[in-house]
Design a binder for this molecule. Structure first.
Ligand code: NAD
Length: 352
């Protein structure tokens, strides 16, 4: 199958591209605009494959998207291109509207046009990768999100992702495009841009810098190893039912403070550069993110039953592997910290 992947130079997109090239016989065209979040190093393991192709494309440009479709004539689209950092969406929501909403619209339009022209509406698949954040926030005793949970987005990021999910569903109901939506919990693993909690804390802990934790650190996320997410996306593309949504999660709820303390302990044991003190002493609490969702939790039983998917990596093993990956791969994150993002606080609610 010829699969057009968008955002394949990003964290999850590159994991999907690596998985498709290494573990399947599909051919990939990676469309990526190369924003600050893109890195060539994240796909260096597969760029030499004859089944891997790349084009620099803004998915919100109809001209660029149409050109990519006419060159590649895909059998399927997997849409991961997005602006993804909640704190950046608070500071500047415009890019989130541009890419996450308009970009998804352009991909849907091009997919429908091509499937109609080529008479492939019955087989063409559009898989849209989304987030559990579209469902809003849970309290401590509110159970888990499932496919019937009403949408209740609360940040500019989650509102833009919710909008795109609704467009995808509308193109299925109105025009008969075969669509699948996956809503996943927080991911972690290699090639994660260091603005996000886990890589930021690993790199600050490595350098013995203060570890800023939002609020009192009690917010809870349900963590999934990125390779398991990539496997879920490909399983949904190959085995998912037309028009359905699947919630994907790792069944690994941890408070932010638990995650940061665990990172401190792993870095302490991997580096042995402290005598009796612990990196836990570097934790300091900072003002909370505006509108910070308290808890996310996923019931992934539908994905387990219908896709035959389940996570292979447990959180403790995955976190230790991730810490070791960052300690061993400064070639990847060093230039990012020097040229793109120095680790400063974002998201202070002054929208532009
Ligand atoms: P990321 O920020 O690491 O990467 C996004 C990629 O998209 C980058 O390579 C960037 O250059 C590209 N991109 C951005 N705007 C573009 C545009 N207009 N045209 C083409 N390319 C563009 O993101 P990620 O964490 O890998 O997330 C991928 C997808 O998964 C997103 O849709 C996100 O909403 C979703 N998701 C992420 C998580 C998570 O924990 N990271 C969890 C659930 C769902």
């Amino acid at each position: 199958m010829k699969i057009l992947v968008t955002g394949g130079l990003g964290f999850i997109g590159s994991a999907v591209v690596r998985h498709l090239i290494k573990s399947t016989d599909h051919t990939v065209l990676n469309l990526d605009k190369r924003t600050y979040a893109a890195t060539d190093g994240s796909v260096s393991a597969v760029v030499d494959s004859s089944r891997y192709h790349h084009m620099d494309v803004d998915i919100a440009s109809s001209r660029e998207v149409e050109q990519a479709f006419s060159v590649f004539t895909p059998d399927a689209v997997v849409n991961l291109a997005a602006e993804t950092h909640v704190d950046r969406s608070i500071d500047g929501p415009g890019e989130f509207i541009h890419t996450n909403i308009l970009g998804t619209y352009e991909l849907l339009s091009a997919s429908l046009n091509m499937a109609r022209q080529r008479g492939t509406l019955d087989t063409f698949r559009f898989l849209h990768v989304s987030t559990d954040e579209v469902f809003g926030a849970l309290g401590p005793d509110d159970g888990s999100f499932n496919e019937a949970t009403p949408y209740d987005p609360r940040s500019p990021y989650s509102a833009s992702k919710a909008s795109s999910d609704h467009l995808v569903r509308a193109w299925h109901e109105t025009y008969g495009l075969q669509t699948i939506i996956t809503n996943c919990s927080n991911n972690y693993g290699p090639f994660h841009f260091p603005e996000k909690l886990i890589p930021l804390m690993i790199l600050k802990a490595k350098k013995l810098e203060k570890l800023p934790v939002y609020g009192d650190g009690s917010n809870v996320r349900d963590w999934l190893y990125v390779v398991d997410h990539a496997r879920a996306i490909v399983a949904a593309l190959e085995n998912g039912n037309d028009g359905e949504s699947y919630l994907i999660g790792g069944n690994a709820e941890r408070s932010n403070l638990e995650v940061v303390n665990a990172i401190c302990d792993i870095v302490d044991s991997e580096t042995s550069d402290l005598d009796s003190s612990s990196r836990r002493d570097l934790v300091h609490f900072v003002s909370d993110r505006p509108g910070h969702d308290f808890r996310y939790s996923i019931d992934a039983s539908k994905a387990r039953q219908e896709l035959g998917w389940s996570p292979l990596m447990d959180f403790e093993t995955g976190l230790a592997e991730t810490v070791r990956w960052y300690l061993d791969n400064e070639w990847w994150w060093g230039p990012i910290l020097n040229e793109q993002y120095s680790g400063l606080r974002l998201g202070n609610a002054v929208a532009s």
